[in-house]
Design a protein around this ligand. Structure first.
Ligand code: ADP
Length: 483
């Protein structure tokens, strides 16, 4: 029986090693949810890194990891500290991440790190090749593994290979700057189906292929040696029911079941019933537009002083890649900006920005989503942005206003939100005012449309559509062979 292999940089597991003891839990991210039906099904497997380097493992522990992850139908790819340093923190996050998000000034193209990127992609390929058989389907995920489709296809041509990019694909003018651009494109073209979040990313990819490799492109199909490679957009959804049901349950919580954060937010609302909560949630990443959001909030308080003491920005920043220097710099800048603005406007009874720099449990996330009158999401560039979708899913009474950057992939499907250009303080300030003043009926009618769309195009549906399309490429391949 043919099987499906999912490959991503990290396994959908939280593997912890404490005092030489392993603790393994399934992780609850969106990708794991979307893949659940495929992965849980029969003999599907998931290949990726466990999160623990070779150096941390004795040979015995290493065996234990493999045994433990195999119970979850996973196979781990062994990586050493140097791999993680050069391939992950190095090349993936210092070259590809900034380049694909249009932050050319942050992109470092280091030859040694590129070599490591190639070696680690080969390590993933070795594990896939040890597990794959003719007729199997392999679905590779994201920018850490751009070379993997070709490494598999070259050795196992009779497999169906899909690839999905979870970040933006940049315009040709940006991509052409990349020193090893042809090699990267050939790596991706090993796939039979290449998926992107939006039509624009798809279009940019096709344009790179045409201009750099001079390949024939017809609509969304590329003729590549004796194969056809199909390219399409599949906007990723969320586990809508999970967020919606959690918010429904949250509304029924008794006093005893409420979290500390929940109580604090309620106190805030009771002490000033007409005060509004504006929420932002993101990883602390320079693509998320955090400093420009804070400055725009300052501009709002300057331009519309009648709203001082009437609004509060609750800002949750989740620590991310904190050993990369650009992220450390952003952390300092954010701390300073929050301090400066709180110092400038705070009164005895009001602090304009509540800033949390930490990860929070799911319940707290729901507390925040459900308490927020407005979600303010202002990335300078974002492949999709799931937070925007999660906020809407939790609005069980249909009220609440989403302000969303037009640079987020999600904006394409969420035109009922207030869309802003994240570099314009003027636009953001006016959008905040509009959101606060929006009649509840209008909020509800906008959210009703958004919720219907999000519920229909969930993450499960996204995975299903991708597989359907990948399956169709198999039929085309078989027809070509039959000729
Ligand atoms: P990115 O993938 O770039 O981080 P997204 O908005 O697409 O951005 O996805 C972020 C995901 O992380 C969302 O699913 C969100 O629920 C989750 N998340 C955000 N903040 C927290 C937090 N503090 N604790 C746990 N999960 C979080």
């Amino acid at each position: 029986m043919n099987k499906t292999i999912i490959v991503s940089n990290r396994l959908p597991l939280q593997v912890k090693l404490e005092n030489n003891k392993l603790d393994i839990k399934p992780s609850v991210g969106g990708l794991a949810t979307g893949m659940k039906s495929v992965h849980a099904d029969g003999n599907g497997i998931w290949i990726g890194w466990s999160g623990i380097t070779d150096e941390e493992l004795t040979p015995e522990l290493s065996k234990d990891v493999q045994t433990a992850v195999s119970k979850e139908k996973c196979v781990s790819v062994p990586l050493n500290q140097q791999d993680v340093e050069d391939f992950y923190f190095g090349f993936s996050n210092k070259a590809l991440w900034p380049l694909f998000h249009y932050f050319l000034e942050y992109a470092e193209f280091d030859k040694n790190q590129w070599e490591s990127y190639k070696e680690v992609n080969q390590k993933f390929a070795d594990v896939v090749l040890a597990n794959v058989e003719d007729g199997d389907t392999v679905w590779v995920h994201d920018y850490q593994l751009l070379l993997l489709p070709k490494l598999i296809k070259d050795k196992k041509p009779n497999t169906s290979i899909g690839f999905f990019l979870h970040i933006p694909y940049p315009s040709y003018e940006i991509f052409r700057v990349f020193p090893w651009r042809e090699e990267l494109l050939h790596g991706m073209l090993g796939a039979d189906l290449l998926g992107f979040h939006t039509y624009d990313y798809e279009r940019h990819f096709l344009s790179s292929v045409k201009r750099l490799l001079k390949l024939e492109v017809r609509f969304n199909e590329i003729s590549y040696s004796d194969r056809i490679v199909k390219v399409d957009s599949f906007p990723m959804g969320i586990d809508y029911q999970k967020f919606h049901n959690a918010a429904l349950k949250h509304a029924q919580h008794t006093q005893v079941e409420k979290t500390e954060l929940h109580r604090r937010l309620e106190d805030h609302m009771q002490s000033s019933p007409d005060a509004k909560i504006i929420l932002s949630i993101d990883r602390l990443d320079y693509t998320k537009g955090i400093p420009n959001r804070i400055k725009a909030f300052e501009y709002f308080l300057d331009k519309y002083p009648q709203y001082r003491e009437k609004v509060r920005l609750v800002m949750l920043a989740v620590p991310s890649r904190s050993n990369v220097d650009t992220y450390q710099k952003l952390k300092r800048e954010t701390d300073e900006l929050v301090g400066r603005i709180n110092g400038k406007f705070a009164t005895v009874s009001w602090t304009p920005i509540w800033y949390f720099y930490r990860s929070m449990p799911f319940d707290n996330l729901i507390d925040l989503y459900t308490s927020a009158d407005v979600a303010l999401i202002t990335p300078l560039r974002d492949g999709m942005n799931l937070v925007a979708k999660e906020y809407i899913a939790t609005r069980v009474n249909n009220d609440g206003v989403l302000i969303l950057s037009e640079m987020a992939g999600a904006s394409i499907e969420m035109s009922e939100a207030i869309l802003i250009n994240p570099t314009s303080y003027e636009e953001i300030a006016d959008a905040i005012k509009k959101a606060i003043e929006m009649p509840v009926e209008e909020q509800k009618s906008r959210n009703h449309i958004l919720q219907k769309r999000l519920a229909r195009y969930s993450v499960e549906k996204w995975a299903e559509e991708f597989f359907k399309s990948l399956d169709a490429t198999k039929t085309i391949r078989e027809a070509i062979v039959a000729k």
